[in-house]
Design a protein. Sequence first.
Length: 428
Amino acid sequence: MGAVAAAAGSAVGLGNVWRFPYVVGEDGGAVFLLLYVIFTALISIPIMMTEFAIGRKTGLPVTSAFSKLAPGSKWGLIGVLGMLTAFLIISYYNIVSGWTLYYSVASVSGWLDSLSEPEVTDFFSSLSSDPFRCIIWMVIMLTATAVVVAQGVSGGIEKYSKILMPLLFILILVMVVRAMLLPGGLDGLAFFVKPDFSKLTTRTVFDALGQSFFSLSIGMGTMTTYGSYLRKTENISSTAIHVASIDFLVAFLSGAVIFPCVFAFGINPGEGPGLVFVTLPNIFNQMPFGRIFSSCFFLLLVVAALTSSVSLLEVVVAYFKQSFKMGRRRATILASVSCLFFGLCCSLSQAVFNIFDNVTANIMMPIGALLIVIFAVTRIKREDMRAELEKHGKPFRLFNLYYFLVRYVVPVVIGIIFINGIVAWLSK
Ligand code: TRP
């Protein structure tokens, strides 16, 4: 499998289609988008390259890469932090995957057909406020994830997703066109792309950084593990840029569908985690063959969610296997049952769900990322890093810029945003 396709499979998921639009909507629209682009280019891409380089250099997954490069030190804790982050993400991620699965079943069955706008909103709130249904659909998605991981067939799933993800992409493109043509659609687009700097807050900056990490699956060692599969001939810098561009494009296009609809149908952009679900059924209702589009869209999104969920559970299972010397099956069962427990807490309480969502993206991933870059500049020699990034045989012309970013810009910026963000978050 192509390196870009494999890493993009982990990166592209609910983070792009579900999380990105809702956070943009809560955080003032285009200002958030602008910050998101800046952070992705200057902070996240260099971090992804660093993770890839560490993984390839050691040939080891995150659970052992750091301890190999710094034996006897505490740096191996980066792997533990990554495992905990993955663990908490799966717990609420599968609730959203469950909603998505429910929506695909509802689309196929025609339950979403010709609902009026308030009915679409009620449809979602009756689902999200019904723990019983949330749990059932979450359990189905979590079980599917566990079966794939236990059988060790994630490669097979990724092969399908290599065909299905471009389809999802095309579908989103069609939806963008339809959304733009809605009356009021262009106001929505303006909200999304024309920055209003009066909406800039500490919170916006904090969330934009967290969303960029979440969407690219960085700061928790997943990309270190992917790096260990990279061949010597692969160009790390261009792989990272490609993955980030694909990921950004999917997120951007999702926003370009959602916000025109939000404005056309009079939905509150700050609606929160339900935004996608109260918005999209309205546009499918206005499309010819809407029911088919809707069914395909939600099914493809289920696949995207499943591939991300599988690679999250892999992180936890790898850790259990190694630390407790367990077999793959046992480790998978233990990991998924524990995730189920935390998942139950998230489905019973909106507050717990929000805390998990915020703490993983905005706190745990930035800490992980910060530790990874500090490790890279203190424990790996500059020339060794250069050698790793140039292993495919061509000089990396931007190496000095890369190193400057990783050494100074990334840690300082993460540090400042992080501390301010925490203060703002606590005093909210
Ligand atoms: N990036 C994924 C998404 O956008 C979510 C995610 C975060 C993830 N960290 C990860 C997926 C680690 C796999 C592995 O949906």
